[in-house]
Design a protein around this ligand. Structure first.
Ligand SMILES: [Zn+2]
Length: 1167
């Protein structure tokens, strides 16, 4: 079914709502410290006060007898140890003490029902007057406060003094480097100029442009920055963010000509030895001298060799940049003015002082702009002994720093709310802690785009190679300070929609003819306003109830769906959860079975429920299995649970209907008894084989029989080799790595699971898989159903009760409690000119437009790529509307709508100025991770490099000032593209080290595909914090440092987190007192790296570190594994893998090397 239509193929169920009061877990939503993002994953605390009377869950249809194949077995028959019913005392909710109050309705941020329509007789929710909509009074001015404060600008530029006093001084600098920074060498005050501007150029028709008056840079900008030709003659000069220039790596420019653009800073550091230039094609990148600890010279051929330059940029036409006469004074900035959207030029300024000239052999300099990289000697030099290599060492401090960019954005944009009233605004970075005020566009927590300014034509888009994509997280958790989407009820006729394209009523629809009709902002079709929805317009043409209706004034809201939006035209029943536990030998022996059963006894009291409901509407069922399946009847009227064994796994069926899915409260005693008995029943099992597909089939059949959607929680330990459908064989073969057959390692070994997934999606059966492997179990195949049903996979390799249970239980608790929409269908509509063409994420698609998910939880994202199918206009911009139809945890059918308006541009510079690199990387990683399914990994890596080189070359050619080809010039918004791209290229999926298993790679591949931008950001570039620098008296985090070994001091302790793991690295020379305080042992050698948690010690340092760890855990959607690493210990290898700016053991290039390589690629494209 589609959001578009009325007939759905999902299951039917009854009513109610999400809103969930899970028990508080310390791990989620720990204290958040200032200066760091709020936990995105805090408990979903949204009651829905105004929600309509909940309809009680529909009755469950008892079946009439057991199918004959089932063989009822009395649980008491084969074991004497069965404790008769009654769980003892329920365990207290883990660590956090008491469960939350039964009513979550006191929380202000719940779903507020909206009840503003005149004709509806249903008053659902509080009256509008009482609804605390966070809405400004009259118009939506762009709050001045949200304009970035340019303060940091000053210091940036000030570090670059006036031009060198003498020619000799200049030459000295040039000999060492070509400091890239035309921009950065501009005098300081100028930087202040570019705070605004962009808004005025493309101001939205709907909203007040930010301020045209601020558009022009202050006059001082022009100092040293002569106005120059626009990239396209005839076009107006538009505002532009400063590009970032990275030290040039090529021969020094002639002493005249481009000279001025390469003024080095006056504070020239001593020159390191010369460095060879970029390598020849097909050769490895020349690294810094191998004597440098972190810069081993060339990466192995597998990384860089054979990186073919892309096709010549034949599309890059437009006149070549004009040849300027040598400019005295400061280099010019093409395009002159400095508008900006996101923030001022980050602190560390475009120029990287002290950066040496990378590879500038003496000799006659080639003409600028036409350098032939092939002519640059160097790669061969790699084979020379280090002492013979005349090479320069690039100062890592001189290349763009992620830490600095993150820090600058936090300082500039973290203090004011992000107000969404203006079209095409680039939001703060995901690493910045900011609040969002919805004034007509969806919050960046729901949608982030690779660019907020889209090229008007497909030619421009192709020329730039910048992918146009949106990363959408429809059910994202919001911080408590923000308002959840309001629930709107348009009554029996359902949501008001465009007649033609079926877009939902939104702030961009234009009411005409006195309010009797509206014109669709997506397809321009005019639709009659239904009588009950009519309202008069004010003198500006706006409906007088504009601010009373979320769908007219907000970017995100929900509609109550009518029966037309339900499968089979029946309201759905509440969903069900089925717990399916592997009870084979390994699972029992490791203590896993007992652990799960113990946990479920308390966890079942915290199933998701609608905000105002006393108890969860979700019913539960239980299955255990090895090579046969055991179903349990836990009907409340039974004194003891009953077991039904199904050994015919070839034709799975559910042997009981009545009593399988039950209400937890009603069957509490029987369930408790069952959970006590399961570990005992299988305590002596010798069965080592398992089945897998029949387990999913059983869950699916049970949901079908109950006519509801739901989720299967499967706890599984081994490769399913028992005779059954979906049986697998061990086909792991590491020899395939780096061959054309490597892709098969990521593909399922049978199509059986794809078909099963399709059936599951049709029923709304979502599968969450918890894996506990001791060896290969083929995640690529077992993951197919979870992946395609919108479920999650968790993997605990070599599960040890002692060290892993805490992590597993935290994951399980969160997984069971989190907000989920069932039987979901998402469609993204766009205004004329672009359309959604490709989708990435955990879902199933049966047509080209509808993304179907049996379940969609609050952590999952869907990435959508757009392509042009017509021209766009700067005036009207581009609109996206994401509509998600889903069933809430109480069975209510709803539509969640997110709208976003973007700018469109005719100047490439505007595109580059409004890009978001974190989102771009999120998209590129997903694109590449899908690519490995069909192409050799090396091809995937090469095409990524090529695409990024084209992106940067296009910028250089069309937007940057003409300058020496030896300079690497990066757009300000993309200056981290090389470092982040390198992290993606050397990730385990694309370049595995020897310790990475095939299952690890398949697991990571699937995980990343559903990640949001914040998650991919920290996953690819981990956060590294010096713990010993933490201020124990403040709430703040120590300042992060760059991920390189040379940043580590052996006298300090560091924390590194990437969303899956959190490492604590201890230097060999750390003070004994610190070791005592943190680990409770007296010396370095006594620290155990078997710790899975830090010891709880009563001293400020221990408390501080534990609070930091807890806070980080709270920000992540999975509980991270704690790993203690001692310097020079064998585990350090694992840790070093995450120092992503360094060369990796698996052959990944260092950041410096990679930057050089990208530079070479760009130059080849330009030549
Ligand atoms: Zn339309």
């Amino acid at each position: 079914m589609s959001v578009n239509q009325q007939a759905h193929t999902g299951p039917p169920y009854g009513q109610p709502q999400p809103g969930y009061q899970g028990y508080q877990q310390p791990a989620y939503g720990g204290p958040s410290l200032p200066g760091v993002p709020q936990s995105q994953y805090g408990a979903y605390n949204g009651p829905m006060p105004g929600y309509q009377q909940p309809v009680p869950p529909q009755g469950y249809f008892p079946s009439l007898g057991f199918p004959s194949k089932g063989s009822p077995v009395s649980l008491n028959s084969d074991t004497s140890s069965l404790a008769p019913n009654f769980i003892g005392s329920l365990r207290a909710p883990p660590t956090s003490g008491a469960p939350p109050p039964a009513s979550g309705a006191s929380h202000p941020s719940g779903h507020l029902a909206y009840s503003q329509f005149e004709h509806g007789d249903v008053q659902n929710g509080i009256p509008a007057s009482a609804a605390p909509m966070q809405r400004p009074p009259a118009s939506q001015p762009f709050l001045p406060g949200s304009a970035p404060t340019p303060v940091s600008q000053i210091s940036t530029f000030q570090q670059y003094g006036p031009p060198p006093a003498s020619v000799q001084q200049l030459r000295n600098h040039m000999a060492g480097m070509t400091i890239g920074s035309t921009a950065a060498s501009a005098p300081p005050p100028a930087g202040l100029g570019y705070v605004s501007g962009s808004f005025s150029a493309t101001g939205s028709g709907l909203h007040t442009p930010y301020s045209a008056s601020q558009g022009a840079p202050p006059a001082t900008v022009s100092e040293g920055l002569p106005l120059t030709q626009p990239p396209f003659p005839g076009h107006t000069v538009s505002t532009q963010r400063l590009p970032t220039q990275v030290p040039g790596f090529t021969p020094p420019p002639p002493s005249t000509g481009v000279g001025p653009s390469s003024y080095p800073p006056t504070t020239a550091a001593p020159r390191p030895p010369a460095m060879p230039g970029p390598p020849l094609p097909g050769q490895t990148v020349a690294g810094p001298p191998s004597s440098q600890p972190n810069h081993v010279s060339s990466p192995p051929p597998s990384t860089m060799a054979g990186l073919h330059p892309g096709p010549p940029m034949s599309g890059l036409h437009g006149p070549p940049p004009p040849t300027h006469p040598p400019q005295p004074g400061y280099p010019m900035q093409q395009n002159g003015s400095f508008g900006q959207m996101r923030g001022p030029q980050p602190n560390y300024g475009g120029a990287y002082p002290g950066a040496p000239n990378y590879g500038s052999p003496p000799g006659p300099p080639p003409p600028p702009k036409r350098l032939d990289p092939d002519s640059i000697p160097s790669p061969q030099l790699n084979e020379l002994p280090p002492q013979q290599k005349p090479r320069h060492r690039i100062d890592p401090d001189a290349i763009p720093s992620p830490i600095q960019v993150i820090e600058d954005d936090r300082n500039n944009r973290g203090s004011e709310p992000f107000v969404t009233g203006v079209r095409g605004q680039v939001p703060p970075l995901v690493t910045t802690n900011f609040l969002v005020k919805d004034q007509g566009n969806a919050s960046p927590r729901y949608i982030r785009c690779t660019s907020y300014n889209i090229p008007c034509t497909s030619d421009m888009a192709k020329q730039s190679q910048v992918p146009l994509a949106a990363v959408i997280k429809p059910l994202a958790t919001l911080p408590p300070e923000e308002t959840l989407p309001y629930l709107v009820d348009h009554g029996e006729s359902g949501p008001v929609r465009c007649n033609r394209c079926k877009a939902y009523m939104c702030p961009f629809m234009q009411f005409i003819e006195g309010g009797r009709r509206f014109q669709c902002c997506f397809c321009s079709c005019v639709t009659e306003v239904p009588p009950h929805y009519f309202q008069h317009l004010d003198h500006t043409g706006k409906r007088v109830d504009f601010y009373d209706r979320p769908e007219l004034s907000l970017g995100s809201y929900e509609f109550l769906a009518t029966v037309d939006y339900c499968k089979n035209n029946k309201f759905p029943s509440p969903p069900a959860f089925i717990f399916m536990i592997d009870v084979s030998y390994n699972a029992v022996k490791s203590g896993l079975v007992r652990l799960i059963c113990e946990e479920l006894k308390s966890l079942l009291d915290y199933l998701p429920r609608e905000g105002n409901m006393e108890e969860s509407a979700i019913r539960v069922g239980f299955v255990t299995y090895n090579k046969v399946l055991h179903f349990y009847n836990v009907k409340s009227s039974l004194a003891q649970p009953q077991m039904m064994v199904v050994s015919d796994v070839a034709d799975m069926f559910v042997p009981l209907l009545d009593g399988f899915l039950v209400n937890v409260n009603e069957s509490r005693t029987v369930i408790a008894s069952l959970l006590d008995q399961i570990p005992e029943m299988f305590a002596d099992t010798r069965e080592t084989e398992t089945v897998f597909a029949p387990v999913i089939q059983a869950g699916l059949e049970a949901l079908k029989a109950a006519e509801c959607a739901g989720k299967l929680f499967i706890f599984h330990t081994s490769l399913p080799i028992a005779e059954a459908p979906g049986k697998l064989k061990n086909r792991d073969d590491r020899k395939l790595i780096n061959t054309d057959k490597e892709k098969t390692l990521f593909q399922p070994q049978t199509s059986f699971y794809n078909n099963l997934a399709k059936d599951c999606v049709a029923q709304g059966c979502c599968v969450d898989l918890f894996l506990f492997p001791n060896q290969y179990l083929d995640v690529a195949t077992l993951g197919v159903v979870p992946y395609q049903t919108g479920g999650s996979i968790y993997k605990y390799a070599y599960f040890q009760l002692e060290t892993d249970q805490y992590r597993f239980l935290n994951d399980l608790r969160r997984d069971v409690q989190k907000e989920v929409g069932f039987d979901a269908v998402m469609r993204v509509r766009t205004s004329t000119g672009i359309r959604a063409t490709d989708f990435f994420g955990a879902f199933y698609m049966s047509n080209t437009t509808d993304v179907e998910m049996a379940g969609l939880d609050c952590d999952k994202t869907i990435t959508v790529e757009f392509k042009h199918d017509d021209k766009l206009s700067e005036d009207s911009g581009a609109l996206l509307q994401c509509a998600l139809l889903y069933t809430s945890c109480a069975g209510q059918r709803r539509l969640r709508i997110h709208n976003l308006s973007l700018n469109c541009c005719t100047q490439l510079a505007d595109l580059y100025r409004n890009c978001e690199t974190d989102t771009l990387i999120n998209y590129l990683a997903k694109y590449a991770y899908r690519g490995v399914l069909s192409s050799p990994v090396k091809t995937v890596r090469d095409s990524l490099i090529n695409q990024c080189a084209q992106i940067l070359a296009c910028y250089r050619k069309n937007c940057a000032s003409p300058s020496s080809a030896g300079q690497l010039i990066l757009p300000e918004c993309m200056k981290l593209l090389p470092v982040y791209l390198n992290c993606v290229l050397k990730s385990d999926v694309l370049q595995p080290g020897p310790e990475v298993t095939t299952d690890d790679r398949a697991y990571i591949r699937q995980l990343v595909t559903s990640m949001d931008v914040a998650e991919t950001n920290v996953f690819f570039y981990p956060r590294l914090l010096p713990l010993t620098k933490a201020d124990v008296d403040s709430d703040s985090l120590p300042a992060a440092i760059r991920n390189s070994e040379e940043r580590l001091s052996k006298g300090d302790i560091y924390l590194l987190e990437n969303g899956l793991n959190v490492f604590v690295w201890v230097g060999v020379s750390v003070q004994q007192s610190l070791i005592q305080n943190l680990f409770g042992v007296s010396s370095f050698s006594q620290i155990s790296n078997a710790l899975s948690t830090l010891p709880v010690l009563e001293n400020p340092f221990s408390k501080k570190v534990r609070s930091i760890v807890d806070m980080l855990q709270g920000q992540r959607s999975r509980y991270m594994k704690l790993i203690i690493v001692k310097q020079e210990d064998k585990l350090e290898m694992l840790f070093k893998h995450f120092l992503v700016e360094d060369k990796s053991l698996s052959g990944g290039a260092s950041y410096v090397d990679f930057l050089c390589h990208m530079h070479k690629e760009i130059r080849q494209l330009l030549s």
